[in-house]
Design a protein around this ligand. Structure first.
Ligand code: HEC
Length: 138
């Protein structure tokens, strides 16, 4: 019984931290209009199909600024609190890692360090953001 209560409390704590990560006014995830990009369907691609595409970089800049910059820094230059995303070189392996991270977010113990974007950002939006970050000078 004790363990059961403990488990319930833990789940509540996780739920509460997830909710609070979403509740901050300016922190709420912003939809990204991806009109003009080739639609990619529902299956998540393993690598970035838009790498180097000017339109994707432009759309990604908006997506990045409204969803990621508050933690990862303006123009993708990290202030040190969160990883500098320019460190993930534009390779196929890193593309996969990037996509997984953005969809799942990052929870360390019970602390949500980065909220999951699954269901909030389309894969078009996420690959566009990746294209934008790749285009930023180191
Ligand atoms: C609430 C703050 C926050 C927001 C918002 C956020 N992140 Fe993060 N992100 C983090 C933190 C903190 C980490 C490091 C987590 C860890 O310790 O593993 C991280 C890790 C990552 C990583 C892994 C980096 C690496 O070098 O392995 C990627 C990729 C990433 N974030 C992309 C994004 C993108 C793209 C967005 C916007 C769509 C975003 N993040 C929004 C805080 C945030």
């Amino acid at each position: 019984m004790r363990t059961l209560i403990h488990v319930c409390l833990m789940m509540l704590a996780i739920l509460a931290s997830t909710l609070s990560a979403h509740a901050h006014g300016d922190g709420a995830p912003q939809p990204v209009d991806t009109t003009g990009l080739k639609p990619l369907g529902d299956d998540i691609l393993p690598t970035n199909p838009y790498r180097g595409d000017a339109k994707a970089i432009e759309i990604g800049a908006r997506g990045y600024n409204s969803n990621c910059a508050r933690c990862h820094g303006l123009e993708a230059k990290s202030g040190g609190m969160s990883p500098d995303l320019r460190g993930l070189e534009p390779t196929d392996d890193n593309d996969g890692w990037f996509m997984t991270r953005v969809l799942m977010g990052a929870t360390v113990g019970e602390r949500v360090k980065m909220p999951p974007f699954q269901g909030l950002l389309s894969q078009e939006a996420i690959w566009a953001i990746r294209s934008y970050i790749d285009a930023q000078p180191d």
